[in-house]
Design a protein around this ligand. Structure first.
Ligand code: FES
Length: 294
């Protein structure tokens, strides 16, 4: 995979939810190369003169027009600076970085599960899955109606269900409550959101086979040896893949600032991730030691 450093021109910036922005950039080299789940490292300025790079998941790409979008929340000075950029201004972007989601070619039914801003991480996968003729369901959870991701930003073909913690719209409760209705339907599931949500999904996925008596993908044609945990083949076949969000320093694997606990030792979110098969992660150690989640 080749990473590129480009100056991306801002085409459009919109506040789609209170404090959350969707920005479209002209960055043909990145739009062509990027896969769902990968990220860009963006050089942000701020009014104090401090300059840092910050990671943003690639929200969508349009390869025909060379446009790449990112969806972010204003959480500090760097993102505040970004949210005030005007069309025509340029940003330095490094990418695409990290390992993206992997759809198994045999999957027909794709379940996406997103908590809050985690929708930015799975959004592009909806486009990739639909382009291959798959069916896509998105389960989305947030605190209240005011935070619900606009359905107008999703392709029409996506079946979209919402859960809110205060019950102001959709299911009253957690997004994980909705998963049980779809776990028999889904061939694969892909998730991003707060760590406790991902850990709950990992527990559900681990018990799925026993509850439903379903074969895992790839077993039907004679099975064979299970792929080694963490290998590309095992990831591609995994029922549940998760995108993790960590504060990053270098974003290219050098500083170890983004490491989480994997069952086979520390894993760098920027390099081995941000997408992992759920069974690669030591959830107890990772949730217990979580720091700096966005
Ligand atoms: S951010 Fe430096 S190793 Fe991941």
């Amino acid at each position: 995979m080749t990473m590129r450093l480009v100056d991306a021109e801002l085409l459009e910036s919109r506040e789609i939810l209170p404090g959350q922005f969707l920005q479209h950039y002209h960055a043909p080299a990145l739009a062509t190369a990027a896969r769902a789940g990968q990220f860009v490292h963006v050089r942000t300025g701020d009014w104090s003169g401090l300059v840092l790079r910050r990671p943003f998941t690639i929200n969508t790409v349009d390869r025909a027009t060379g446009v790449l979008s990112i969806h972010f929340r204003e959480v500090g000075r760097g993102t505040a600076w970004m949210s005030r950029l005007r069309a025509g201004e340029q940003l330095s972007m490094l990418g695409p970085l990290g390992q993206g989601f992997q759809l198994d070619p045999r999957s027909r039914h794709v379940l996406l599960v997103a908590g809050g801003l985690g929708v930015a991480d799975v959004r592009m996968l909806a486009d990739e899955a639909l382009a291959d003729g798959r069916q896509v369901v998105l389960l989305y959870g947030c605190r209240a109606a005011s935070e619900v991701y606009p359905s107008s930003l999703l392709p029409d073909e996506v079946e979209y269900l919402v859960a809110t913690e205060d019950g102001s719209v959709g299911h009253h409760g957690l997004v994980t409550d909705l998963v049980t209705d779809y776990e028999a339907w889904a061939d694969q599931a892909f998730a991003c959101g707060p760590l406790p949500m991902l850990a709950a999904l990992a527990r559900l996925a681990a018990g799925r086979k026993a509850r439903l008596g379903v074969a895992t993908l790839g077993r039907k044609r004679g099975g064979g040896r299970p792929a080694v945990i963490g290998s590309p083949a095992a990831r591609r076949k995994a029922f549940l893949q998760v995108a993790l969000e960590q504060h990053m320093g270098c974003a290219v694997g050098a500083c170890l600032g983004c490491a989480v606990w994997g069952v086979a030792g520390p894993q760098r979110v920027c390099r081995e991730g941000p997408v992992f098969a759920a069974d690669e992660i030591d959830w107890e150690a990772t949730v217990g030691g979580a720091t700096g989640k966005r």
